[in-house]
Design a protein around this ligand. Structure first.
Ligand code: COA
Length: 347
């Protein structure tokens, strides 16, 4: 049997501070009604001053390692587009703080598709024997790059982290990652961007103020591309693994907007109830979105071992990606359930 990467642990973390739609409406020209009806989001969690992406990643990573019943991996891959610093990568610090000093550790940048890209990277390194066990984390403190005056982006994004542990196993085991589809379209890089802070701006000179230092997004074009690419990518990975849409139990899609998720379900001929939904409680948490949704669905008892699961993501780049697996029996730590209770706190 072919050597494959198998999911064997799952953890998540969101920072404790909750920002409701009502509290956003106190400082911006928006309303709970607008945000709920246009996005499905009721609240999001945001970091306090001084808290960075690595802090979220360490918490989620620790929980995923406990869930897997191990404190040993030989690879850490961190998906993020809000690293603690432009240089170096954040993953080595996360590894060190988890007691994993010395292991291979690097960041993957694919914005909201980052977790799927990181999962594929780690699965590939396991498949070719470079690693036996990997910790794959998606973490973003996206609130730190939002324009405080931008009602559109502040309504959508939240902070958080999710993580899985992969181990070497075989393709016939539950939890085995059976197939991936990954893609990009750099012609539309400007739809989702932070213009300043990179080599383009630095080599051109001028003050950061002359460049946009905050995250910008062209919402309508992003919406259209998200539906198109997640639908196409999911269909591709289903074809690759030989599943028909009616054999899928759950679609765990990037939590961008409930209207995007429903449109993807409609395109694929899935029941809208088969799409895992937690964006109402956490918003769009970028690279953390898919593992956080997986975690919440598993903690709620919705994901049953043996079920057929498809993960699909879309994000800046543009990038997109999907993965298919049968859900494994994963033990979640009691802390995970406490976390879920926290997530389900009503406004
Ligand atoms: N509160 C109130 N009004 C808002 C608002 C907010 N939080 N955000 C935007 N608006 C306004 C706009 O300014 C616009 O006003 P105008 O008509 O006076 O210009 C109006 O609402 C309609 O804006 P529009 O962009 O047409 O709304 P929409 O239905 O497309 O919804 C998004 C906007 C951002 C919610 C939607 O486009 C979206 O979800 N896009 C995808 C975003 C995403 O998923 N990004 C991450 C992908 S990885």
């Amino acid at each position: 049997m072919t050597r494959s990467a198998v999911v064997c642990g799952l953890g998540a973390y969101v920072p404790p501070r909750v920002v409701t739609n009502a509290s956003l409406a106190e400082v911006l020209d928006t309303s709970d009604e607008w945000i709920r009806s246009r996005t499905g989001i009721r609240q999001r969690h945001v970091v306090d001053p001084g808290v960075a992406t690595s802090d979220l990643a360490v918490d989620a990573g620790r929980r995923a390692l406990a869930s897997a019943g191990t404190d040993q991996v030989d690879l850490v891959v961190l998906a993020t587009s809000t690293p603690d610093h432009p240089c170096p990568a954040t993953a080595p610090e996360v590894a060190d703080r988890l007691g994993l000093a010395g292991v291979a550790a690097f960041d993957v940048g694919a914005v909201c598709t980052g977790f799927v890209y990181a999962l594929a990277t780690a699965a590939g390194l396991i498949a070719i024997g470079v690693a036996e066990r990997a910790l794959v984390v998606g973490a973003d403190a996206f609130s730190t790059i939002l324009d405080p005056a931008d009602r559109t982006t502040r309504a959508i994004f939240g902070d958080g982290a999710g993580a899985v542990v992969l181990r070497a196993g075989s393709a016939d085991e539950p939890g085995a990652l059976l197939g991936f589809d990954l893609g990009s379209d750099g012609q539309h890089a400007d739809l989702i961007t932070v213009p300043a802070g990179g080599s383009r701006q630095r080599s051109a000179g001028g003050s950061v103020d002359e460049w946009a230092q905050y995250f910008t997004m062209q919402g309508k074009a992003v919406f259209f591309n998200a539906v198109l690419r997640m639908s196409e990518s999911t269909a591709t990975v289903l074809r690759d693994v030989g599943w028909t849409p009616d054999e899928v139990d759950w679609l765990v899609a990037h939590q961008a907007n409930v209207r995007i998720l429903h449109a993807v379900a409609d395109q694929l001929g899935l029941d809208r109830g088969q799409v895992v939904l937690n964006l109402d409680r956490v918003g769009n948490t970028v690279a953390a979105s898919i593992p956080l949704a997986l975690h919440d669905a598993a903690a709620a008892g919705d994901l049953v071992p043996g079920q057929r699961i498809v993960l699909t993501g879309f994000g800046g780049g543009l990038t997109w990606g999907s993965a298919a697996l049968r859900w494994p029996a994963v033990r979640l730590e009691p802390a995970h359930h406490a976390n879920l209770t926290h997530l389900t706190t009503k406004d």
